[in-house]
Design a binder for this molecule. Structure first.
Ligand code: NAD
Length: 245
C-alpha cells in the first residue's frame, strides 16, 4: 500500500491540474453514514424509498422524519482528516477543485474553497409553493414538515433521485473533468449517475485516475489507473504529507 500512496503523491507533484471527486465515504469517518456498505440511518430508511422526489412529494412528513435525523447527524459531525488533507492540497496549490456528491458542507468547513456541490446543499431550503429561500439554521425542526410563511412545504436544496443536477454544477464538473490531468476519486461507490461518469470523462480526456475506497467499485478495474484500498482519513493525509516534502 505504501508504494501506491507514494505513487499517488508523485503523480500529484507532477500534475498541473488535479481535482477530486468525493462521495459519502469521505464523511463516514466524521460519523455520517454512507448509503452503501454501511449501517445506522440507512438500516431504518431505505434510500431507494426515502430519497426519491416522488417519495418527498407524496409523503413529505415521512421523508422529513428521515431528513430530521440526517440533519441532526450532520450537525454533530466535524470535518475529518480526509477533508482537511484535500483542503491542505488546495492551499498548497496542488488541487484546483473538489467536486462533491455530498450535501454536508464538510469540505467547506475543512477549508476547501473551490467546491462544486454536484448534488446540491443541505444548508438551504426552498418553498415548493412560492419559491421562498431559507437557511437551515433558521428552521425549527421540531415541527415537520417545516413550512413557509405562505404555508408551502420546504424542501432542502439537495438533489433527490429523479431530480436534475443543478445546471451550473453539472457544467463546471464536466469542464473540470475534461480539463484535469489527475483525478482523485474518494469514497464513492460510483453507482449514481451522472456523477459516476466523471472519472471516465477524465480518463478519456487523458487524466490519471487515482481511486481511494475501502473496497473495489465498478471503476476500479475499468477506469482507475491506481486503486488504494483503505480509509480516506488515513490515506489522504499521508499523500498530502508526501506532496509537502
Ligand atoms: P455510497 O454510499 O454509494 O458509497 C460510499 C462509498 O464509500 C462505498 O464505496 C464505500 O466502500 C466507501 N467508503 C466508506 N467508508 C469509507 C472510508 N472511510 N474511506 C474510503 N471509502 C469509504 O456513496 P456515493 O457514491 O456518494 O453515492 C450516494 C449518494 O448519496 C451521493 O449523492 C452521496 O453523496 C449521497 N449521500 C451523501 C451523504 C453526505 O452528504 N455525507 C451521506 C449519504 C449519502
Amino acid at each position: 500500500m505504501r508504494d501506491r500512496i507514494e505513487r499517488a503523491a508523485e503523480w500529484l507533484k507532477e500534475s498541473e491540474f488535479a481535482i477530486a471527486l468525493t462521495g459519502a465515504g469521505i464523511s463516514v469517518e466524521s460519523g455520517i453514514p454512507a448509503f452503501r456498505g454501511s449501517q445506522g440511518l440507512w438500516d431504518k430508511y431505505d434510500p431507494a424509498e426515502y430519497a426519491t422526489i416522488e417519495a418527498f412529494m407524496s409523503d413529505p412528513f415521512k421523508v422529513w422524519k428521515m431528513l430530521k435525523e440526517l440533519y441532526e447527524t450532520v450537525r454533530r459531525a466535524e470535518p475529518n482528516a480526509a477533508h482537511r488533507a484535500l483542503a491542505e492540497l488546495e492551499a498548497m496549490g496542488k488541487l484546483r477543485a473538489v467536486i462533491t456528491q455530498n450535501v454536508d458542507s464538510l469540505h467547506q468547513r475543512a477549508g476547501s474553497r473551490n467546491v462544486i456541490e454536484f448534488h446540491g446543499s443541505g444548508e438551504t431550503l426552498t418553498c415548493l409553493s412560492c419559491g421562498g429561500k431559507f437557511r437551515i439554521e433558521d428552521i425549527d425542526l421540531e415541527n415537520i414538515p417545516p413550512l413557509c410563511h405562505c404555508g408551502g412545504i420546504l424542501k432542502p436544496d439537495v438533489v433527490f433521485f429523479g431530480e436534475p443536477i443543478p445546471p451550473e454544477a453539472l457544467k463546471s464538473a464536466f469542464e473540470l473533468a475534461e480539463r484535469c490531468d489527475l483525478l482523485l476519486v474518494v469514497g464513492t461507490s460510483a453507482q449514481v449517475y451522472p456523477a459516476a461518469s466523471i472519472p471516465r470523462i477524465a480518463r478519456d480526456s487523458g487524466a490519471r485516475v487515482v481511486e481511494i475506497n475501502l473496497e473495489p467499485t465498478p471503476l476500479t478495474h475499468e477506469v482507475s489507473h491506481l486503486f488504494i484500498e483503505g480509509k480516506a482519513g488515513e490515506i489522504l493525509p499521508e499523500i498530502a504529507q508526501l506532496v509537502k516534502t
